[in-house]
Design a protein around this ligand. Structure first.
Ligand SMILES: [Zn+2]
Ligand SMILES: [Zn+2]
Length: 336
């Protein structure tokens, strides 16, 4: 491999402006590896970064959900080998802020993330610090292996609850995270998980996987019957969904706020209901420790992912970030 080799990268220069640029291979520093990216998921966070509603350091190559093969090693790299198939945790923790020292590194005040502050995976090659790498069985499809990151986030969100077998829950929002949530909640022994989603194709995918669904706009009577659930999950981050979650949750139940609402956005909410029902409104952000479990579940085929993912090219990413294909797909994954 020549160090003068140029390769294509998708670069976001300012909100709404991105292009594919030829980039030359960077020199690896100590404890860094070069990953040849095989697949990279396009995520709601990427869309927020693209629109300037999530804090990022521009210019940047987006993409924090990726998998690929190790192509070259920097000095001092001891635990991985060239050719190994890996996926990554994109988050670099400072290890000395209060959150890090208290054992919650995913809440690090100085967090830097690949694809957010440092160049990420929407590129043929990406430089990755060795400590972010996780091995994956080589026969696993990269289009699935790269989803270890969002699955890790979902598992951590559910770890924040105390889910018991036989539980009843509803997920609001049937995008990719909502669909993963349905499956993960069922894996944990729920007897009923309902998806609330206005878009027909998202409901259809969930129906085909055996989940009950409600269209909140055309089935208002079903919405009023949706109550006394053990917990609800907001994976929509829009409209009156958080209020609907509060209304559908049983006294003493939990509302998990998974969706990334735009920074600075305020919502009308009726605190009396939270007070009177003694609800717990629980936030969740990235994950500290769920990635090994996520990879094991992918390797076992525990999640039905084939009906959720659509392979796209680097050239198509901007259309997906603009939301031009939202009526067609659940999750776009860039195949490099
Ligand atoms: Zn993501
Ligand atoms: Zn920290």
């Amino acid at each position: 491999m020549s160090t003068t080799l140029a390769f294509p990268s998708l670069r976001l220069t300012s909100p709404g402006h991105m292009s594919i640029a030829e980039q030359s291979l960077p020199k690896l520093r100590e404890h860094e590896v070069l990953v040849k990216v095989a697949a990279c998921g396009i995520c709601g966070t990427d869309r927020h970064i693209y629109h300037g509603s999530y804090p990022a350091t521009l210019p940047v190559v987006p993409g924090h959900e990726f998998a690929g093969h190790i192509e070259a090693l920097g000095s001092g790299v001891a635990n991985v080998e060239i050719g190994q198939f890996v996926t990554i945790n994109p988050n670099i923790w400072c290890r000395h802020c209060q959150a890090c020292l208290e054992g919650r590194p995913h809440l690090c005040s100085n967090m830097q993330a690949l694809g957010v502050n440092l160049d990420g995976g929407m590129s043929l090659y990406c430089v990755v610090p060795e400590q972010l790498l996780y091995n994956v069985l080589p026969m696993i499809d990269p289009l699935k292996a790269c989803l270890a990151e969002p699955i890790s986030c979902v598992l951590h969100g559910l770890d924040r609850l105390e889910i018991k077998a036989g539980t009843r829950a509803a997920v609001f929002g049937g995008g990719f995270i909502g669909q993963l949530m349905l499956q993960a909640i069922q894996l944990q022994g729920a007897t009923e998980v309902i998806l609330v989603e206005p878009q027909a194709h998202k409901r259809q995918v969930a129906n085909e996987l055996g989940f009950a669904t409600i269209d909140p706009f055309s089935e208002p009577s079903m919405m009023t019957k949706l109550k006394d659930l053990d917990f609800t999950v907001d994976c929509a981050g829009a409209g009156g969904v958080l209020t609907q979650c509060v209304n559908a949750t049983k006294p003493g139940g939990d509302v998990l706020l998974f969706a990334a609402y735009p920074q600075g956005k305020a919502l009308p909410i009726e605190p009396y209901e939270i007070f009177r029902k003694e609800l717990r409104l629980i936030g969740t952000f990235t994950y500290p420790d769920t990635q090994l479990r996520a990879i094991r579940l992918i390797e076992k085929g525990a999640f039905e992912l084939d009906s959720l993912i659509t392979a796209v090219s680097l050239e198509e990413v901007q259309d997906y970030l603009e939301g031009l294909r939202d009526d067609e797909i659940i999750k776009a994954v860039v195949k490099l």
